[in-house]
Write a protein that binds this ligand. Structure first.
Ligand code: SF4
Ligand code: SF4
Length: 229
């Protein structure tokens, strides 16, 4: 994924779309947009940093998991959590240098309140109006509504992108059904999703043309999210 910081207007549409698409509970934000204030007083430079999981090539979270619940998929490098295996020990939360993992322990506390405002369907306590289809609620990929006591995070919308084999790019209009929700929702078209290893992809062309950096490169995690300058 590439994010053009010069285009980002900080509207948070990506964060809202992410939470809606992935049925997150309040306080469990897979995608924050962080406001950075750089430089000396009077010469300050303001930048918005949208921050999904960086899907690191050398992902520290995968190395600390005692049961290999969190893993990097060989075919596309996406880092996923298997909720059936996750113990909820939260070692991975501590190991992630980008603070993108969530442990939604508030969920059991929220359920009674949510029931008061939204009674749910089929007599379930937590049953929000929009949900992924039954097939796309996949605990092995960490998509959909998680069981209690597991860690969650951005999957690059695996339930959407897995619907079609990877192409150089995912056009948010033409490939709407196969593109991450945050990319579709961005009104400034600041986000690009594609194959960075394919020189024909828009992601790699932009990174090549405009230059880009990755967050905390000094750690050697080699994130797969590129911030275009
Ligand atoms: S950003 Fe954090 S959770 Fe995502 S792959 Fe890297 S270490 Fe793991
Ligand atoms: S790729 Fe999907 S899960 Fe990840 S931040 Fe974007 S909308 Fe959220």
């Amino acid at each position: 994924m590439a994010i053009d910081l010069a285009k980002c207007v900080g509207c948070q549409a990506c964060s809202v779309a992410c939470s809606m698409e992935n049925t997150r509970v309040p306080g469990e934000n897979w995608h924050k947009v962080i406001f950075m204030n750089e430089g000396e007083t009077g010469t300050k430079k303001f930048t918005w940093y949208p921050r999904p999981c960086q899907h690191c090539t050398e992902a520290p979270c995968t190395k600390v998991c005692p049961v290999r619940a969190t893993r990097k998929r060989k075919e596309d490098g996406v880092v996923l959590i298997n909720w059936y295996k996750c113990l909820g020990c939260r070692y991975c939360v501590m190991a992630c240098p980008y603070g993108v993992r969530c442990y939604p322990e508030v969920k059991p506390l929220l359920e009674p309140d949510i029931k008061e405002v939204y009674h749910g369907r089929r007599a379930k306590l937590w049953d929000p109006p929009y949900q992924l289809s039954r097939e796309e609620q996949d605990g092995k990929r960490g998509t959909g509504i998680p069981p209690k006591g597991v860690v969650t995070k951005c999957t690059f919308c695996a339930h959407r992108t897995d619907r079609k084999e990877m192409t150089p790019d995912r056009d948010p209009v033409k490939d709407r059904d196969f593109t991450p929700a945050c990319v579709i929702a961005c009104p400034a078209s600041a986000r690009y999703f594609g194959d960075i290893d394919n020189p024909e992809s828009e992601v790699s062309k932009r990174v090549e043309r405009k230059g880009a950096y990755r967050l905390r490169e000094e750690l050697g995690t080699k994130p797969q999210v590129f911030y275009v300058k």
